[in-house]
Write a protein that binds this ligand. Sequence first.
Ligand code: PMT
Length: 403
Amino acid sequence: MAQKRILLGVTGGIAAYKSAELVRLLKKAGHRVQVVLTGGAEAFIAPLTFQALSGEAVRTSLLDPEAEAGMGHIELAKWADLVLVAPASANFIARLAHGFADDLLTTVCCATAAPIALAPAMNQAMWSNARTGRNLELLQVDPQVSIWGPAQGDQACGDTGPGRMLEPQVIADLVTATESTGAGALTGQRVVITAGPTREAIDPVRYISNHSSGKMGYALAAAAKAAGAEVVLISGPVALAPPVGVEVRPVITALELFNAADAAVAETCDIFIATAAVADYRPRNETDQKMKKSGETLSLELVRNPDVLAHVAGHPNAPFTVGFAAETNDLEQYATGKLKKKKLNMIVANDVSQPGIGFNSDDNAITVFWADGRQTFDRSSKAELAQQLIQLVAQRYRQQSGR
Ligand code: PMT
């Protein structure tokens, strides 16, 4: 594993305390770490903590006469193989997006040729704010910048939602997986992902659907984008903001999802990931008018929907296909059965019988199966699992395609 010189920027936010653990993990992985703290970060955590953990002097000011006598900010900018900002606050993201150079960290970011990775951390409303979104859009199209996370879940302020910094171990793994050119594990690849439920109309006001929220698929789309891929997300009806830089193609029914996937794969697709909970059946007839109550029982005739994933995997030039299997029992048996039957490269088995994971939750726990291997990821946020899963998919994809 290549040792990297990492300049860790820490900005102001409660997640700054996790950056101390991040330094420890990066050092343990064999990297050299120098830390720059912003004024906001110093309000949360003392420089001495980082000095003790990194074994290097910590820089806090652009106007430090001693360090700047030798143009310290330029030296730091040249020294780094990777500038990692964790946590990256909304304020820092805004200043970076607009090219500010008014403190040491923004100045180093302006001066460096190294890739810059941001691990955002902020309140969920700040993350969802339109101005933050516009700043992130500017950074998403900046080839020097990658955005890792954030995760969803409980926040220090008592809110719940997107904006938690990824866990230090996940960030450390991403640092190790990032090539020194800054290229992500999926740079140059086109990834098509399906997410969310489908709705199968019974009449103009009723439909058959399921509890999928789309969170797993949206987290995977964001992680694939952060890994450098061009991402198309075919999404059933969900209440989620589109991941920054990802092309979302909305659908409602399984047939629409089938057509959208077929078209996206025909355009070009290197990797296809099916997280959508597609209805296996749809009502044979959708009535034009609202159905009225009549007898004590009602029978609906259902017809089978096409299997999108099996169709894609059966293409003559099929992409690398990854399916999901949501099961309440006999997880391994059913998941590996689908792997073989649908001729997939990998399948992600989800135990949806456990409370708090699987459908419509922020967390998940999965076991991934492929022809001659398996890997289990214990319970963690969907954003974190998505980052880990994308790294595994990229690794298996490269092995299989000899890239
Ligand atoms: O959306 P969330 O709330 O975050 O929840 C995530 C999830 C639980 C929905 C997700 O992690 C998951 O497990 N998705 C698969 C759900 C499912 O219905 O699996 P399945 O066993 O029915 O289907 C197996 C695979 O075939 C899936 O990849 C599915 O997308 C695909 N499929 C199924 C039927 C069909 N007609 N077309 C398909 O492509």
